[in-house]
Write a protein that binds this ligand. Structure first.
Ligand code: NAD
Length: 419
């Protein structure tokens, strides 16, 4: 398995980003004290009977960072490297992200430290149901609404929805988003993150007077977010010259046939071995000369040790936290245009919001309606962030954090403290 080279603490990065934006906003210390840290942190033990008959214990978390603007919202991650600090960081970013796209949610996140690739469907189902029971007091359609993240999917959401509903005694689809369509999922949710990434890249190209047709693209992480972004960029005429997943990287200077790569990944579970491509080293992938780099895997992919080699003009952060602050500074200084995660990948939570609205109303929308609304939300958010960047002469990341943190600060100031 490839690793994300440097183990920086994601939560330290989240706090550092907060301080930078709060300084730029000149937020007073009282407001900072009220919005900077998680409101609730739950750590649970999840015992699971494995297929061999023995019981294994998994550590798991649910963090609610903020409920200032609405119920908590955020995905659940299954990964061997999940830690409490990582979940706290991801929950913090969710708060600012929901505020950047101006949807009425706070931020939350969950995670189970496990290796889903080495678990059977039965083990995954039992683990998911027991984890749901453990976090049940915290979640609910008006409280905190989980969604998929790395190595969780619509099936995982269906198990959570069923466990929650059976405990309450009636069907409650609005407790999770990213569900299968037949359980109250939204059309367009599965491809929402990648589609949102695509819209922000379109906006960036317009801003930089670049054309997408013929632009070269590299995608690290060919999962939900990365593969859909690659597909839409491919359809728009861009040349996706390299993609990677946790098992390998493939490259073709003339452009990969992305629908075929998606097809092969669905059949085999990996991209390596794709015909009409050569295998390259994961470190080479980030250093490829290209117009657009889309890191769509995990945190800290670009760090002090490899940032100088990055050859892209635009970085679209489909993943959460893929650049360390040191990498960020290096790339900014070199004039690379960075679309920060809390803007770039906000399409997922935006359509999660649409799904929740549809569930609450029991009235479902056409796919085109979802796409049109998503495009409006993403392009408005991009314009709002860009305006702060240009007015205040700050990098896009600080501008996005200023927008999100500023909205949460305004809301908390008006709400005050009770009791
Ligand atoms: P996913 O599980 O569908 O895909 C993750 C992909 O990354 C897999 O193909 C995996 O093989 C690959 N990968 C893992 N480690 C890698 C490595 N070291 N190098 C290269 N590839 C590697 O997950 P996803 O939902 O696409 O999430 C990817 C990122 O996008 C995460 O940071 C997640 O938090 C973020 N994100 C996802 C959503 C969403 O709606 N899915 C929304 C917002 C943000």
């Amino acid at each position: 398995m490839l690793t994300t080279a440097v183990a920086e603490n994601a939560y330290d990065l989240a706090l550092e980003n907060f301080d930078t934006a709060a300084d730029a906003l000149e937020l007073n210390q009282d407001i900072r004290a009220m919005i900077k840290y998680p409101e609730r942190v739950l750590m649970v033990t999840v015992p699971v009977r494995m297929d061999g008959g023995h019981i294994r214990r998994f550590e798991a978390y649910r963090v609610q960072h903020s409920s200032v603007r609405g119920p908590g919202k955020g995905g659940i991650r299954y990964h061997p490297q999940v830690t409490l600090d990582e979940v706290k960081a991801l929950a913090t970013w969710m708060t600012w992200k929901c505020a950047v796209v101006n949807i009425p949610f706070g931020g939350a996140k969950g995670g189970v430290t496990c290796d889903p690739k080495h678990m059977s469907q039965g083990e995954l189902e039992r683990m998911t149901r027991r984890y749901t029971s453990a976090i049940l007091p915290l979640i609910g359609p008006d409280q905190d609404i989980p969604a998929p993240d790395v190595y969780t999917n619509p099936q995982t959401m269906a198990w959570i929805m069923d466990t929650y509903s059976m405990t309450k005694g009636y069907a409650i689809p609005g407790v999770v988003t990213g569900k299968p369509i037949c359980l109250g999922g939204s059309l367009g949710r599965n491809e929402a993150t990648g589609r949102g990434v695509f819209y922000t890249i379109q906006c960036t190209c317009e801003h930089l007077h670049m054309t997408l047709k013929g632009a070269t693209v590299v995608v690290q992480g060919f999962g939900n977010a990365g593969s859909i972004a690659a597909q839409l960029l491919h359809e728009a005429g861009a040349k996706v010259i390299a993609v990677s997943d946790s098992t390998g990287c493939i490259y073709n200077q003339n452009g990969l046939n992305i629908p075929e790569v998606i097809h092969m990944k669905a059949l085999t579970g990996h991209v390596e071995g794709f015909p009409e491509s050569e295998a390259i080293d994961p470190n080479e992938l980030l250093a490829l000369n290209c117009d657009i780099l889309v890191p769509a895997a995990l945190e800290n992919a670009v760090h002090a040790g490899n940032a100088a080699a990055v050859g892209a003009k635009i970085i679209a952060e489909a993943a959460n936290g893929p650049l360390t602050p040191a990498a960020d500074r290096n790339l900014e200084n070199r004039g690379v245009f960075i679309i920060p995660d809390i803007l770039c990948n906000a399409g997922g939570v935006t359509v999660s919001y649409f799904e929740w609205v549809q569930d609450e109303q029991h009235l479902f929308w056409e796919a085109q309606d979802v796409y049109d609304r998503l495009e409006r939300v993403m392009k408005t958010a991009f314009r709002d962030v860009l305006k702060i960047r240009l007015d205040r002469k700050v990098p896009m990341r600080i501008a996005a954090n200023m927008l999100g943190i500023g909205r949460v600060a305004e809301a908390v100031q008006i709400r005050g403290i009770y009791p």
